[in-house]
Design a binder for this molecule. Structure first.
Ligand SMILES: [Zn+2]
Length: 304
């Protein structure tokens, strides 16, 4: 089935739930970044988590809202981040795709060790109005799902359960990826919360349970599920030559001057997008134009 996300309200509007199937997104992340099996699992979990949380962003006027998850746990994978929008696109980056860790005692891929547990998880909600909000919590498992639940419970005072499920074959191909987020709103009793948690555990690995996101939510909320909305989900980067040139304007006159001199000596200026690995060759006239713009902007600011 095509990747998609289903969201809605359970328990008469007292539980916000989002479920997503992200198998194709995970396969695309693997194709682009060529990570090890453990890093594939980590990246796919992070991207799925970003999509689940992005579903809770309110659309305001202005730019498209975006949500970014960043983990930096001091492990061999290095820094990782994923950016998603409520419209259903996601992209992700990892510093060291080739990182490995020994499997756990019960034979599972050890995501916690490859990410590390000595750092932090940050969540940046950018509603598109130029005033992003960033929250940070220390990592405690590095497995991502529990860290996200901890973040939502502690930092946003919204008790939550997060399940992120990624299956990677021995040869490295992703066979299934999915996720589930439940946020308890005011008015949920402790008993109801316990019952819901038990049912989530019964669902086990979402992918193995068969069906799609709507089936999982139906299994969780046997009394009905309201305000159901379904969104197609896909990997999309959104980079462009324009954005590459904008990024170049930020790195400073001296650096751009150096790149320009190299280009004039025959070493082409190539900028590679770290999210999708698309390479952009920047021509000598483009470099000259960027350099002139940086110098002109500096002159303007020194006159004012
Ligand atoms: Zn890109």
């Amino acid at each position: 089935m095509r990747d998609h996300l289903v969201r809605g309200l359970g328990l008469g509007g007292r539980v916000r739930a989002v479920a997503a199937e992200t198998t194709t997104v995970a396969q695309e992340l693997r194709r682009i970044h060529e990570p090890t099996r453990t890093v594939t699992t980590a990246l796919a979990r992070l991207a799925t988590g970003a999509l689940l949380l992005a579903g809770s962003l309110e659309k305001v006027t202005g730019r498209e809202p975006m949500l970014t998850l960043e983990v930096d746990g001091g492990g061999p994978a290095g820094r990782m981040f994923a950016t998603a929008s409520p419209a259903g696109w996601v992209r992700a980056f990892v510093a060291n795709p080739g990182a490995t860790a020994a499997s756990t005692e019960d034979g599972r891929l050890d995501v916690g060790s490859v990410i590390g547990r000595e750092g932090h998880l940050s969540v940046t909600r950018d509603p598109g109005n130029g005033r992003p909000y960033r929250g940070v919590v220390p990592l405690f498992t590095g497995e991502i799902a529990k860290d996200l639940a901890w973040y939502l419970t502690e930092s946003e005072q919204s008790p939550a359960a997060v399940v992120l499920s990624v299956s990677v074959e021995h040869h490295g191909e992703v066979s299934a990826a999915s996720g589930l987020l439940l946020q308890l709103l005011p008015g949920v009793s402790e008993e109801e919360a316990r019952e819901l948690t038990d049912r989530v555990h019964e669902l086990g690995s979402l992918a193995d349970a068969g069906g799609g996101p709507a089936d999982w939510l139906e299994a969780l909320f046997s009394d009905g599920f309201d305000d159901v909305e379904s969104t197609a989900v896909e990997f999309r980067c959104g980079c462009s030559r324009e954005r590459v040139l904008s990024a170049l304007r930020l790195i400073g006159a001296r650096e751009v001057g150096g790149v320009l001199r190299d280009a004039e000596r025959g070493t082409p200026a190539v900028m590679t997008c770290e999210f999708c690995r698309t390479s952009y060759e920047v021509s000598i006239p483009e470099l000259q134009m960027v350099l002139e713009e940086i110098v002109a902007a500096r002159l303007r600011s020194s006159v004012n």
